[in-house]
Design a protein around this ligand. Structure first.
Ligand SMILES: [Zn+2]
Length: 80
């Protein structure tokens, strides 16, 4: 099972948010603590098989869409 945890993207805040990672930017609620709309996503893989296949994919190809998605989540400036 993979689980995505959502945190406030403000580095001085970083509070855990009860928000779906699929929530579009325009529908996000401002962070209750600091009001930021930035988000940080943390992919947690708890199933051993998934962990292994994830590592295998990482070794085999950097073009894996999952890895690209993770990179994009962390790199995309969410406020324009
Ligand atoms: Zn915050």
């Amino acid at each position: 099972m993979a689980e995505v945890l959502v945190y406030c993207g403000n580095q001085k805040c970083g509070v855990a948010l009860n928000e779906s990672p699929d929530t579009p930017v325009e529908k996000r609620q401002p962070c209750p603590k600091c009001g930021a709309l930035l988000r940080e996503f943390d992919l947690r893989v708890s199933d051993e098989v998934n962990v292994k296949s994830f590592i295998d994919i990482k070794k085999k190809s950097t073009r894996c869409s999952t890895l690209l998605d993770v990179k994009r989540w962390h790199n995309t400036p969410l406020l324009s």
